[in-house]
Design a protein. Sequence first.
Length: 342
Amino acid sequence: MLLAIETSCDETSVAVIREGVVLSNVVASQIRMHAEYGGVVPELATREHLRNLPPVTRAALSQAGCRSADLTAIAGTLGPGLPQALMIGTRAAQSLAFALNLPYYGVHHHEGHLYSPWIDHSPPTADWDRFEPNISLIVSGGHTLLVHVTSPLAHSVLGGTLDDAAGECFDKVAKLIGLAYPGGPILDRLAEQGDPKAYKFPRPLKNKPDFEFSFSGLKTSVRYFLRDNPAVMEDDARLKDLCASVRAAIVDVLVTKTLRAAREKNVRCVTSSGGVSCNAGLRRELKLQCDREGIRLQIATAGLCTDNAAMIGIVADKRRAQGLAPTPLDAEVKPGWQLDAI
Ligand code: KG4
Ligand code: ZN
């Protein structure tokens, strides 16, 4: 059994995996605490990871019905993420591995996101048999990445964001219209009741042939729109139209580029994970476009879209199954680790 720890941002999570089967995946989210400050405060995140890690680890072991003596490997997120937050989980994983004399696997956080859409069934299991080469869209508060995944644990990055991530854009627009942090999910709910064609917002880089994204200009255009149309803020129906129109712009760019990548790389499967892949508009549009082109769509299940240790554990488990070497116990955290550098 493999125990995995994830502490790269504001979720403290520990999972236990047995040969691809997720026996437990406990997540303690700090989001309420950070909401008061309108964003993740690194010092507070670090303190909370320290506080949460022992009880979360105990809960993960107990839900999996195992004791530390049953473990055969330890894994943890080595990067990218908040430096001190990463350090808490990494040192805990390395110390456990040292104390129990077990191999340790340092995992890239985004590699976890690349394979979380393949965790399916009950109990959740990494379904490697159904794996197909795919284009993976990772969309969260910190990242927007398009990746060509050619086989389990083999991939190349096609592009990412030049400025704000898609989730960051959702959150910043939500803040402009007075929604609480993180505003992405609230904006999404309001958008469900609005008209996506009511207002026209730019689709940055949509028609450029590369796979780069840029969302900061979209946020700025919403700011100018509100300056010029202050009455929208006072009118519930028009505010919902605004949410729907902004969401449509973000989703249009994400889906257009993802499908273009699938065509260009000649793959018949698209996957998505990260907090923004919970977005109802994005899920619907991805499904529509993939169906139209006969492409299979695998989106991570709701609980596995956001950060969790199960996705870190299944990558380490796969590495072990493939006979790849463990990570040295004194490996340093890699806050700026690029996915292509693995
Ligand atoms: O993956 P995640 O939990 O954390 C990281 O950023 O690593 O993603 C959180 C982000 C936030 O920006 C949040 O607003 C966004 O995902 N998000 C959404 C939705 N649910 C979460 N954005 C748009 N629509 C949603 N339904
Ligand atoms: Zn993440």
